[in-house]
Design a protein around this ligand. Structure first.
Ligand code: GLP
Length: 241
């Protein structure tokens, strides 16, 4: 596990974007696992800058997003699909057919989840998975629980997550209470993991994930068992290490 501590959010974002750009340079048809939330926004901005300078080419890249709210249309501005379009995909030369975000409006959720898993397998797995971390230690939408959920599945979001994510909605009642998320095995099968965290609000979750007991109560702690993890933290997120 490589832990890189930088001064601030901007530096974290630049380093993370450089890592993704290098991955694409080494393997132009890379399969990327992508995250949403506030944390990777700066990284996506940096990637767009690199693309505009012709330093990275997304033509052959395929992406799989970690998760999506259940019950939101893709067109809903709060959906993670809309987030990805607005913050990355609309500004780069990715082939729209190579973008994968779980279908949040699916009638047959089980089929959607198993199709998502199959598609990742058919693509020969994820080369580099970007992760943020919830204040409660969640990755994707794998909430603290008594078990690790292996594959892509429907999740009941917990109160802390609903409250944390209500900042993106008009009111807390508008926040979906369920989501579709890659499972822990899906994430752990990625060849490389790149976890980003910034701000004091993430310090406790980061300390537990890196130095704590491996437990489904802190889902991110499982990455201690992965053999190619890079964690980029600002000083605040690293302050309890
Ligand atoms: C969200 C997402 C995660 C994200 C995390 C942290 O609920 N499902 O993929 O990493 O919570 O979000 P943020 O980066 O906004 O702190």
């Amino acid at each position: 596990m490589r832990i890189i501590v930088v001064d601030n959010y901007e530096e974290m974002s630049k380093k993370a974007a450089m890592m993704i750009a290098s991955q694409i340079m080494l393997k132009p048809d890379s399969i990327l696992g992508l995250a949403t939330g506030d944390t990777p926004l700066g990284m996506y901005k940096e990637l767009i800058l690199l693309y505009n300078k012709n330093e990275v080419d997304f033509k052959e890249v395929t992406t799989f997003n970690l998760d999506e709210y259940y019950g939101l249309n893709r067109e809903n501005p709060q959906s993670y699909y809309s987030y990805m379009m607005a913050n990355l995909f609309n500004s780069i030369n990715i082939n729209m057919e190579n973008i994968n975000v779980p279908r949040g409006m699916a009638k047959d959720v089980k089929a959607v989840c198993s199709d998502y898993e199959d598609k990742i397998k058919q693509a020969s797995g994820i080369d580099m998975q970007v992760l943020g971390i919830g204040g409660n230690g969640h990755i994707g939408f794998n909430e603290p629980d008594v078990n690790f959920e292996a594959e892509t599945h429907l999740v009941n979001l917990n109160v802390q997550t609903i409250e944390a994510n209500s900042r993106f909605f008009d009111s807390i009642e508008d926040v979906p209470v369920k989501a579709i998320s890659m499972g822990i095995k899906t994430i752990m099968n990625s060849k490389k993991i790149l976890l980003l965290a910034n701000g004091i609000g993430k310090a406790e979750a980061i300390a537990k994930a890196i130095n704590g007991k491996i437990s489904p109560k802190v889902p991110a702690s499982i990455i201690q068992l992965h053999n190619d993890v890079t964690i980029i933290l600002d000083k605040e997120a690293a302050s309890l290490l």
